[in-house]
Design a protein around this ligand. Structure first.
Ligand code: BV8
Length: 243
């Protein structure tokens, strides 16, 4: 197979909650995960928000406060991906399902938050998105249209369209390496990215995860272990001798 030189070879990386676990943030579906403590229909759907907005605000306010804890910082996995973007001569696009800001705080900049961002709020009346690091409540007003009680977390709930999908699929269609890191592959459309890449490209596909997932067989390569071990090692390997 004719290999494009490294300068043209493109990498797309998908991350999930597992890459932030060692920074102290909870995952969703591990034994002690978020969905073991709260019903996702109540806090991660538009129907749940219209039923009980206070409950949803409490859920995201607690996660936003945790993210603001000085002890919660990017880990070696986040830093390795930022290094990949800096040092790889071709394009590197980082697509995260995570709503935390640890990738950007580690230095990643070509980054798409397909499920939104915890430190942003959106007005459901006029759609304006603003930075928001404090608690959000039903009494907050939109600074642009003045609506009260319409501010919501700028987060993609179940049944809502993920963000930047056109940019993401364009990058998937042109990539030479697809890396999936710290995700259980339960949530679509992100969980379908690996089969999309296998169907429409000749890219190498690799999964870096603590444990095997139901989708592990979809990947040409699987490396198991905690992200702070396996991600820096894999990035070092790619930068020194490619794939
Ligand atoms: C949509 C809110 C369409 C943000 C979340 C087929 C096609 C399309 C849609 C569907 C479909 N089938 C079903 C659907 C609907 C649905 C869906 O996928 N349901 C599932 C449950 C079956 N999808 C949707 O609704 C999506 N929207 O498709 O819209 C549409 C079309 C037209 C018009 C309108 C709409 C929206 C999905 C987004 C939902 N929002 N959360 C938030 O609160 O955070 S999902 C939630 O799950 C989070 O966003 C999270 O990021 C995401 C994925 O979870 P993971 O990140 O994978 O976390 P998990 O705990 O599961 O796994 C962690 C992994 O890490 C584990 O494997 C573990 O082993 C590993 N790990 C642990 N520790 C470590 C580690 N790895 C390494 N190191 C460690 N130390």
């Amino acid at each position: 197979m004719v290999q494009r030189d490294a300068g043209e070879r493109r990498i797309v990386i998908l991350t999930g909650a597992g890459i932030s676990k060692e920074s102290g943030l909870d995952t969703f579906r591990c034994a002690d995960g978020i969905w073991s403590r709260v019903n996702l229909e109540d806090v991660a759907t538009p129907e749940g928000f219209s039923r009980n907005p206070e409950l949803v605000h409490d859920f995201y306010n607690a996660r936003r406060a945790k993210l603001g804890d000085p002890a919660v910082v990017p880990n070696a996995g986040h830093h390795a991906l930022a290094r990949m973007e800096r040092e790889w001569p071709g394009d590197v696009l980082l697509v995260t399902q995570n709503i935390d800001d640890l990738h950007e705080r580690a230095g990643s900049s070509n980054l798409m938050h397909m499920h939104g961002e915890l430190n942003k709020a959106r007005c459901a009346a006029c759609e304006q998105v603003v930075s928001w690091t404090m608690d959000l409540s039903v009494s907050d007003a939109c600074e642009r249209c003045g609506s009260v009680g319409r501010m919501r977390p700028h987060v993609v709930w179940f049944g809502e369209m993920p963000l930047a999908m056109d940019v993401i699929y364009d990058a998937l269609n042109r990539c030479d390496l697809f890396m999936s890191i710290g995700t259980s592959g339960n949530v679509y459309p992100a969980a379908g990215f690996v089969s999309h890449v296998r169907m429409y490209t000749r890219a190498h596909t690799v999964q870096l995860n603590l444990e095997p997932t139901s989708g592990s067989t979809m990947f040409a390569e699987t490396v198991l272990g905690p992200a702070t071990d396996v991600v820096p090692a894999y990035v070092e390997r790619i930068l020194s001798r490619g794939w």
